[in-house]
Each structure stands twice: as C-alpha cells, then as structure tokens.
Design a protein around this ligand. Structure first.
Ligand SMILES: Cc1cc2nc3c(=O)[nH]c(=O)nc-3n(C[C@H](O)[C@H](O)[C@H](O)COP(=O)(O)OP(=O)(O)OC[C@H]3O[C@@H](n4cnc5c(N)ncnc54)[C@H](O)[C@@H]3O)c2cc1C
Length: 411
C-alpha cells in the first residue's frame, strides 16, 4: 500500500506530490492525462508575487452595467449559464465588500509573498531555469486618466504589502519594451514577479523531478476512487492502487468529483481563452493591457494572447468573442506574427467565492484531503499551498489556518 494518492496532475497536484514526498511520504500521482495538460498548461504563466489582493467582483455600478450590457472585454457571460452562477456570484459579492476583501487580502498576501521563493528550489532541482523569466509583470495603460488612477492604487498596494514597484512613463516603457507600438500612457511595473515561457512544461518538469526522487505517476480516472479497508483504492492503467490518504487536486473538476462523496462545493469557474503567435515581435516580460483586459505573455512559440473571464457552463461550446477582441487589441500594440493554432485554447480558473484556495481535510471522510480552488493564481500558488497542506497532513498546526477550518466544516 502506498501512503498517499494525489489525484490531479496540474501545478497544484504535482506540487502536492513533491511536498508530501519531501515530507517523507510514499506518493502516487494519478491523472487521466500526462501532467500539466489542462489549466496549468493554458495560463499566462505569471508567478504573481505582486498579487497581494485577490480579484474581487467589481462593485462600481458603472462597471456592473458595462458587464451586464457586454460593453467591456473583462467579462463575457452566457445567458444560459447565469442560473447556475447565481449562488457563487452572491457569495463572491459578499466576499468582495471592502472590509471582507481587506481581511481576505491579509491572508492572500501571505501566500503570494512566498510564491517565488517556494518555486525557486523546484525550478533549480528540476533544471527548469531556462523556462523562467525574472523580468516582472507590467500593467500597461493607454489613457492618461486610467494610468493615473492605476498608479495611485499600485502605490497603495506597494506600501501596504511591501512590494517593489516601478512606475514607467511612456518613454521608459518604450526603452524597456522597444517593440511595443507607442500608443501608451505608461506602465505599472512589478519587477519581482516571475513568468514562465512554457507553463505546461514547468509542470511537467516538476513531475519529472517527483519521479526522479522516487515518486510514481499513473494514468487513471479519479472517478474510480473508493473507500477501502480504512484507506482508499482506485484503478489505474498500471492496476489498482491503494493508499492511506487521498488528496483531491482536480482543479476546476473538483466540485463535480466530490458530489459523489456528498460534498456541495460552490465554485465560480471563470473561463479564459488563449491564442499563440509565432515569428512576431519579442517582449521581455508579460503584460496586461488594462483597458482591453488582454494579457500578452512571451512563450516558447512567440506570444500568447489571453482573455479575461467568461461565465459559461462547464461543457458549453467556446464563444471566442473576447479572444477576437483581445487579438485585435494585441495587434494594436505588437506585431504578433502568425497564429500557431487555428482555434483558441480555453480552460477554467477554479475560483472559490471567498477567493482563497481550499487546503485541508475533508470534513466527513478520514484520509481524504482537499487541495483546489486556486482561481486566478494556481500556477503561482501551487508550491506554497502544497507546503501548507503537507504540514497539516503531517499533523503540524496549519501554517495558514484561514485555508481550513470553518470553510471546510460548512461543506
Ligand atoms: C486564461 C487563464 C490565465 C491564467 N493565468 C495565470 C497566471 O498567469 N498565473 C497564475 O498563477 N495562474 C493563472 N491562471 C490560473 C491557473 O492556471 C490555475 O489556477 C491553475 O492552473 C490550477 O491548477 P490545478 O492543478 O488546480 O488545475 P489543473 O491544472 O486543471 O489540473 C487539474 C488536473 O485534474 C485532472 N483531472 C480532471 N478530472 C479528472 C479525472 N476524472 N480523473 C483524473 N484526472 C482528472 C486534469 O486532467 C488536470 O490535469 C490562469 C488561468 C486561465 C484559465
């Protein structure tokens, strides 16, 4: 019998497997695909140590109206999905009220502050330094008014959370990123954030490290998991596997999976799209074009253009309206080159309405552990919350107690 089964081979599951292995446990990691092929592949690859405050629901009536009338590229929604989003949106609204959001940010900032230092030893041991850029993240602005408002907010964040910040005028931005077309007012530069030119590749490199340290990876369907003899058993392509503990790290698929065990998890999935381009301009660091809700990241292929959030049923067909707008916006800023794929990739940010990941014991099943709900920053936070979970599983007091108690008891 192995000691722990980790279900899900995204950044969160692979990091969990490594953290438990480092704590001396015998771990089998199971996914229906090879590691790093889903959300942990398609993201923007930013290791966001600057993201001290999780993304709140915008509360300004003007913004809510824009969203309702589809006048902004930040959010798109499918009408048919709205009934299923009602409950998560209400809970998200409550968590986004200023006092609550401030308290949540106090917890969140403790996590994001540790992100790069928790990735660093894994990057080194996995030999993945060639995938990492340490040039920060930029938020660029086209209009002077929006830039000035953003500068005020960034200066407040830098002060409140002790994050390094540079404000770049349009000339300074031009010097830093000479390929950007000069249509911009300036940029907020968070120099200490890192990024990855191949997010799926980094997840795979971490999985390779796990195997080189004696871990086992198997292909299998999480839905075969069942309680057996005081522990857990599941079927994999290599045969049945049993373990004392099982960690659920299925990202956006976690709520559906856990229904079978009687848990109702309210998750607010925010779909996002990307398209990649090759042979165009180069940039030294990713940036968010704030006015068009478009992220452009440097990747192995060239450039990856990504969208904001879409509220859609999990199985709904893609509606790449945001992708089209973001591509047009990106073309205004850079020579993108030629598209790599015909169709946009899409996946779901596994957001919890209270914006904190869940990392702790399932309330009603001995040896079952939850580790999901990392929302906009799972690529950033995988190693950090994995270390926290491994400490909790080892019986230590939880290093970040807010990730656990009342929230889990209420499920
Ligand atoms: C457009 C976009 C941009 C983003 N940009 C960033 C960013 O710049 N920085 C950042 O930190 N985060 C970013 N994110 C968020 C980040 O990608 C996610 O939070 C993170 O990847 C979640 O990791 P995970 O391991 O929980 O989930 P996943 O990577 O989705 O892994 C879940 C795994 O579970 C497996 N699985 C599912 N069901 C089963 C089953 N029945 N049996 C077996 N296996 C199963 C899947 O195959 C998958 O491998 C972005 C997300 C999107 C969509």
């Amino acid at each position: 019998m192995s000691e722990v089964l980790v279900l899900g081979g995204g950044m969160v599951g692979v990091s969990t497997a490594l953290a438990l292995q480092a704590a001396g446990r015998d771990v089998v990691l199971v996914d229906r695909k090879p590691p790093g092929r889903e959300t942990s592949y398609g993201n923007a690859g930013v290791i966001q140590s600057e993201a001290a405050e999780p993304y709140a629901l915008p509360l300004a009536p003007s913004m809510l109206l824009k969203i309702a009338f589809k006048q902004t590229n930040d959010v798109n929604y499918h009408l048919s999905a709205l009934p299923s989003y009602l409950r998560p949106l209400l809970a998200y609204f409550r968590s986004s009220l200023p006092a609550r959001h401030k308290a949540l940010s106090g917890v969140y900032s403790k996590l994001t502050r540790r992100a790069t230092e928790d990735h660093a030893p894994l990057i080194a041991a996995a030999g993945a330094d060639n995938l990492i850029l340490r040039n920060g993240l930029r938020i660029i602005h086209r209009s002077q008014a929006a830039f000035e408002a953003s500068v005020n907010d960034a200066e407040r964040m830098a002060r409140d959370y002790a994050i390094a910040l540079r404000i770049e005028t349009s000339a300074e931005l031009d010097a830093a990123e000479p390929h950007l077309k000069p249509v911009l007012a300036g940029a907020i530069h968070w120099p200490d954030s890192w990024s990855c030119v191949d997010p799926g590749g980094l997840t795979q490199a971490y999985a390779g490290l796990f195997v080189s340290r004696g871990g086992t990876i198997a292909l299998g369907d999480a839905n075969t998991l069942e309680e057996a003899g005081g522990g857990w058993r599941m079927t994999t392509a290599d045969g049945p596997v049993t373990a004392q503990d099982a960690v659920i790290a299925l990202g956006p698929w976690s709520p559906e999976f856990l229904k079978r065990f009687g848990y109702t998890i309210t998750m607010l999935r925010k779909r996002g799209y990307h398209l990649q381009f090759t042979g165009g301009a180069t940039i030294s660091a990713p940036f968010l074009d704030a006015e068009t809700a478009t992220v452009i990241s440097p990747v192995r292929e060239g450039l990856r253009v990504l969208t904001g959030a879409e509220l859609a049923r999990f199985d709904a067909q893609p509606t790449p309206v945001q992708m089209q707008r973001s591509t047009r916006a990106a073309e205004e800023l850079l020579d993108l080159g030629a598209p790599v794929e015909a169709d946009a990739w899409y996946g779901n940010r596994p957001c919890m309405p209270d914006m904190l990941p869940l990392a702790g014991p399932a309330p009603r099943h001995k040896g079952l552990w939850f580790h999901f709900g990392h929302g906009h920053q799972g690529f950033t936070l995988g190693p950090t919350t994995a270390n926290a979970l491994a400490e909790t599983m080892a019986g230590g007091s939880a290093p970040i107690p807010e990730l656990l108690p009342a929230r889990l008891r209420s499920l």
